[in-house]
Write a protein that binds this ligand. Structure first.
Ligand code: UD1
Length: 417
């Protein structure tokens, strides 16, 4: 089992560049089968979730290659509508193939998806939306069988602005005659990216970024070469890292607007943040004041995917911070690991109370999920002494090997396989 060994206490200095967003790339890969022509995606991160998605596409009969961050998909030979069970259990985003398979092959079979253990993560909103479009759905023995031969345009109000359901339904609608209307949609930048990608292939999707999205059916989509938006969660993780360790960091290929809710919560007295075109520069000095309240919310609210990293920052800030997790039920698992490093955190249901301590101490801890794992890396970077972080396969799902990236800005981190 691989682990990171981190000697804490170094200030950060230099520049880090952000790759394409995991949550965009995974969706665009699912959408790539909507055409039988070649799809080229640039700037894809070298992370295990992308590798798993490519494996799933290959199992369906697609040709999928990845070289130097450029992924090429040729789905002209797609032969199966069954998403392999073992891989789907590893990757929640495999569920996004439901919409694209139904559009391409009129049939899809999936199992209930996997991913991080951060809550129940049901797919009822996806399925209810598909049913509204006239898609037949049968569920037995953990399989979901769908048939879209009688699909028709419709109007659907999503129960919650689910990112995955919004994306799945957009993809399910692209070839349906007439105009389908989706209301109460998620507004995340990744949805806008999906719209731009599909429209570049010839689709007619409008309204992404707002709560009403319309999809006018077209007959066919064509190939495309596309660069996804930069990963706002990776950029946000780097900002929090700089805040915690001190020093000066330039984050290249980052969009400040996509993480404005994070930037608003970084204490201005001890941190200066300068957004510059596609860069964000942050300087940090001294101890930060605790942020009294942080509540995760749908975009443009504070992202649940930065909650654990923000908890690490609050754990060494001056004062008490109350963190409320509104999106996923069990997303506080990292608190107990941070406490092993000296943090003072009490969790009760969806609320965590973080009483800032002057410093954390190196310890042996384990990642329990992707973002929680990133939070432990940040805590270890800022702590006194050495930390060992086990179970880093969770971190590999969404971050490129941090032992190859972070030393360039002064972090003492190595990977032991
Ligand atoms: C996506 C992101 C994930 C992020 C999350 C919330 C990808 C690959 N993953 O996940 O990183 O943390 O958005 O920003 O893009 N829900 C239901 N029924 C459903 C679907 C969702 O009740 O059918 C609930 C979920 O339990 C959760 C909330 O809706 O409480 C939001 O989930 P959703 O937006 O669907 O998250 P994902 O698309 O899975």
């Amino acid at each position: 089992m691989s682990k990171y060994i981190i000697e804490g206490g170094n200030k950060l200095c230099g520049a880090l560049s952000v790759k394409g967003a995991k949550n965009s790339v995974l969706t665009l890969l699912a959408a790539s089968i909507l055409t039988s022509e070649k799809v080229v995606l640039h700037d894809c991160p070298d992370i295990s979730d992308v590798a798993t998605m490519l494996q799933i596409l290959r199992k369906l009969g697609c040709k999928a290659t990845c070289e130097g961050g450029t992924v090429q998909i040729d789905s002209s030979g797609i032969s199966s509508f069954k998403i392999p069970c073992d891989l789907a259990k590893e990757l929640r985003s495999s569920i996004f193939l439901l919409g694209s398979l139904l559009s391409r092959l009129k049939r899809a079979r999936v199992v209930y998806p996997g991913g991080c253990d951060i809550g129940l993560r049901p797919i009822d909103i996806h399925l209810a939306g598909l049913r509204e479009l006239g898609i037949k759905i049968g569920e037995k023995h953990g399989h979901i069988d769908c048939d879209s031969t009688r699909a028709h345009s419709a109007e659907r109000v999503l129960d919650l602005p689910s990112v995955g359901a919004t994306e799945n339904l957009i993809m399910a609608c692209v070839f349906i005659d007439g105009v389908s209307v989706l209301r109460n949609c998620a507004k995340e930048p990744e949805i806008v990216d999906l719209q731009n990608f599909l429209n570049a292939m010839g689709a007619k999707v409008r309204g992404a970024g707002g709560s009403v999205i319309t999809v006018e059916g077209v007959k066919k989509l064509h190939g495309v070469e596309y660069t996804p938006i930069p990963d706002r969660i990776v950029a946000g993780t780097y900002i929090i890292a700089a805040a915690m360790c001190g020093g000066s960091l330039t984050i290249e290929n980052a969009c400040a607007e996509h993480i404005s809710s994070l930037i608003a919560k970084i204490p201005k007295s001890s941190c200066k943040i300068y957004p510059r075109d596609d860069k964000i520069i942050i300087t940090s000095e001294g101890r930060h004041s605790a942020v009294p309240k942080i509540e995760t919310m749908y975009y443009p609210g504070f992202p649940t995917d930065l909650q654990a990293q923000m908890m690490a920052l609050q754990s060494i800030s001056d004062g008490t911070s109350v963190i409320v997790e509104n999106i996923f039920e069990t997303r506080f698992k990292t608190a107990s690991q941070l406490c092993k490093m000296g943090a003072d955190i009490t969790v009760s249901g969806s609320t965590a109370v973080v009483r800032g301590v002057p410093c954390l101490y190196g310890a042996r801890v384990a990642a329990t999920d992707l973002r929680g794992g990133a939070s432990l890396v940040l805590a270890a970077m800022a702590a006194h002494g050495q930390s060992e972080i086990d179970e880093i396969h969770h971190i590999d799902r969404g971050y490129e090997d941090l032992s190859l990236i972070l030393p360039s800005v002064g972090v003492d981190i190595r990977r032991q396989n």
